[in-house]
Design a protein around this ligand. Structure first.
Ligand code: ATP
Length: 588
């Protein structure tokens, strides 16, 4: 398949944010796509080569990309850097530069999607001392044969800056329309995606075997299942109102969510955002097989740091020490954990998702043995307000964040934030009613004790409609010296020359970061703001929302990717909620 077809589609898609139009462009593209290439097309649309859980990174730096452009066009690096600085998008800069070149030369051959994909894949596999040279060689050879439009998209994919704003749901709508003629079949595709986390595979299956094939989609061991998430409630009363008079309550432990795939001694661990995190937990990999009494199994657990002497749960932050490539063994002994199981998703070759909560809990207890390291998360059946209050008290005393409440007769709803699970945190009863998870987009150099660190950070919410990160506040309080050092280590490699185009901020920072790191903050209030861009124009024209007196809670949310941060929708809901409370208080 000619790459120009894909480049033309990308170009059209970049020109719109309207979901219906995007769907239509995708349908037109899928109609022209042979079955053997459709999975590749679906990954490339999302700026990826494979599903996220395979962890394939292109890892091409801006400098290498610019050198490759220089090599293939014969134009000096300085000129390319200048062009890049001018418009802030390397793909665009390349297209302007190469435009001049293509006018002078004849292209020898059309490049194909297959060739681009294979080359990108090879680049992603390169390691070692000569890898930079090899990367340049591969990239410039592609650019040599590419038109300027094609080149701009190749570079955008390479640098991870292709942002078409196409949600997974839109891709699934388009697949359903193209291959079954009925958009409503999206729901069936959604299920297949939720159990496989692999949109490319879903696309290939519907293209070759139609809806019949999709209906047969099953869980595959070692491919992560998209997790079920919970709604929040503010009080015990609200929980009882929603769930009636019999439901399960579990401790909401403050650790890292881990999905465990186990077959004999083979164990793979996935995070909440489906990243393979096996290397951080060699202790789980070593110990857990002994506890399993099934041929194969998928479990969910919260890995929690503990004080080895007292058995007490320690805050999530302790797990940060395990986020390292080297000397992990030392971290494992210094920062011990326990694995606290709360669900079973698959057992002996069969899905457990359709079973009720009660059946799943029983099954989990049947097929997994407990010991000092592997435990079932504490659970109780609640039938009245006293019981829930007591259980909350015990849970907080044990060092947890609050409770997870679960309906007894409901199945596991992969990939959705449903109303069958509720979370009730103690901290919801404070000021704003909730903490926010925000993306660090910029930094300001510290003074005095903080010299050499970023003393203050610029934070953003996630705008789901625009797929951008909108500034909401600066935060400079709540950081310990250790936090500041840790944050500096994480952020330094993420500094960019230019502000990432997905960042929307009028406030200028000393340095801009790739929007990746998520941290937790609390605040006293949400106010209208003429400067910040979160929820711009949504409450009042020409005003965004900002946090008043924001404070870092000490939690770096390593398990969250930027798109998991608090959304503008959530901030608007909190803003409205706070107004309602103020109104009620006035009435009293
Ligand atoms: P939060 O910001 O509150 O951690 P979240 O957006 O990460 O929420 P939610 O589904 O809203 O995800 O909250 C559930 C999270 O709480 C899970 O992702 C998991 O890490 C953690 N957790 C702790 N104890 C439990 C439990 N008993 N059952 C399910 N999840 C639990």
């Amino acid at each position: 398949m000619k790459f120009s077809i894909l480049a033309d589609s990308f170009h059209k898609m970049e020109g719109t944010r309207k979901r219906l139009e995007l769907t239509q462009f995708l349908v037109e593209l899928f109609e022209k796509t042979p079955n053997e290439v459709i999975s590749k097309i679906v990954y490339l649309i999302q700026g990826k080569l494979r599903p996220d859980f395979e962890g394939i990174e292109l890892g091409v730096a801006e400098k290498i990309a610019m050198r490759s452009i220089s090599k293939s066009s014969g134009i000096a690096m300085k000129k390319i850097e200048e062009e890049y600085r001018k418009n802030g998008d390397i793909g665009h800069a390349a297209s302007i530069i190469l435009e001049q070149k293509t006018q002078m030369t004849f292209l020898v051959e059309d490049i194909t999607v297959e060739r681009v994909y294979e080359t990108l894949f090879r680049i992603s596999n390169l390691e070692g001392s000569r890898s930079q040279d090899m990367k340049m060689k591969y990239i410039s050879s592609l650019l040599n044969d590419a038109t300027s439009l094609e080149a701009s998209y190749i570079l955008k994919i390479l640098l991870g800056s292709l942002r078409l704003g196409i949600a997974e749901n839109t891709v699934m709508d388009a697949l359903a329309i193209t291959f079954s003629g009925d958009k409503n079949n999206r729901k069936i595709l959604q299920h297949a995606y939720n159990v496989s986390s692999d949109l490319g595979k879903v696309a290939e299956t519907i293209a070759t075997d139609g809806i019949k094939g999709i209906k047969k989609f099953e869980i595959v061991l070692f491919n992560p299942i998209r997790p079920m998430l919970a709604d929040r409630v503010k009080s015990e009363e609200e929980a009882i109102e929603k769930f009636g008079n019999e439901f399960a309550a579990e401790y909401k432990l403050d650790g890292e969510r881990v999905q465990l795939h186990i077959k004999g001694k083979e164990v793979v661990l996935f995070s909440r955002s489906l990243e393979n995190i096996s290397s951080y937990y060699p202790d789980i990999i070593e110990k857990i097989p002994e506890n399993i009494q099934a041929e194969n199994i998928i479990l969910e657990a919260e890995a929690v740091a503990i004080n080895e002497n007292t058995g007490e749960f320690l805050p999530f932050q302790e797990l940060m020490h395990r986020r390292r490539k080297y000397k992990i063994e030392k971290a494992v002994t210094q920062y011990p954990i326990t694995v606290n199981l709360f669900d079973i998703l698959y057992c002996n070759g069969k899905s457990c998702l359709e079973l009720s909560y009660k059946e799943r809990r029983e099954k989990m207890e049947k097929y997994v043995k407990e010991d000092n390291f592997t435990k079932y998360i504490p659970m109780g059946i609640i039938t009245n307000k006293n019981e829930i209050e007591d259980f909350m008290e015990n849970s907080i005393n044990a060092g947890s964040e609050g409770l997870m409440l679960k309906m007894l007769d409901k199945s596991y709803q992969a990939g959705s934030r449903g109303s069958h699970w509720l979370k009730l945190k103690r901290e919801y009863q404070n000021d704003l009613g909730d903490s926010l998870d925000l993306v660090v987009i910029g930094g300001f150099f510290g003074k005095g004790r903080r010299t050499g660190n970023y003393g203050t950070l610029l934070l953003a919410t996630y705008d789901e409609d625009e797929d951008t990160f909108t500034s909401i506040c600066k935060v400079g309080t709540g950081f310990s010296d250790e936090n500041l050092d840790q944050i500096y280590q994480i952020l330094s490699p993420q500094v960019t020359i230019k502000k990432n185009p997905r960042i929307t901020s009028e406030m200028e920072a000393d340095v801009w970061f790739e929007p990746e790191l998520v941290i937790e903050v609390v605040a006293s209030e949400i106010t209208l703001s003429p400067i910040h861009k979160a929820a711009m124009d949504k409450i009042r024209t020409d005003a965004g929302l900002a946090l008043r007196f924001p404070k870092f809670t000490g939690k770096i949310r390593i398990e969250k990717i930027a798109e998991d941060a608090s959304t503008n929708e959530e901030v608007i809901a909190l803003y409205k909620g706070q107004k309602k409370v103020a109104h009620e208080k006035n009435l009293i």
